[in-house]
Design a protein around this ligand. Structure first.
Ligand SMILES: [Zn+2]
Length: 62
């Protein structure tokens, strides 16, 4: 399981792969993998969001 963040509205979804359309804003958005993979935020099994990646994704628009 991974946590994906919609880069349009900031909504997060827990899915294996990012959805085609965001369930929140109903648009085809770019989804960023904001899953925690490091022990600092609970590890890969926790299902937590990596807050640092989450915040960084706002600063680096593609
Ligand atoms: Zn969205």
């Amino acid at each position: 399981m991974a946590v994906w963040k919609c880069n349009k509205c900031g909504n997060t979804v827990d899915l294996q792969t990012p959805p085609n359309t965001c369930p929140s804003c109903k648009e085809k958005c770019e989804f960023v993998d904001v899953s925690c993979y490091i022990p600092e935020c609970g590890g890969a099994e926790s299902g937590n969001v990596n807050e640092q990646v989450f915040q960084e994704s706002y600063k680096t628009p593609k």
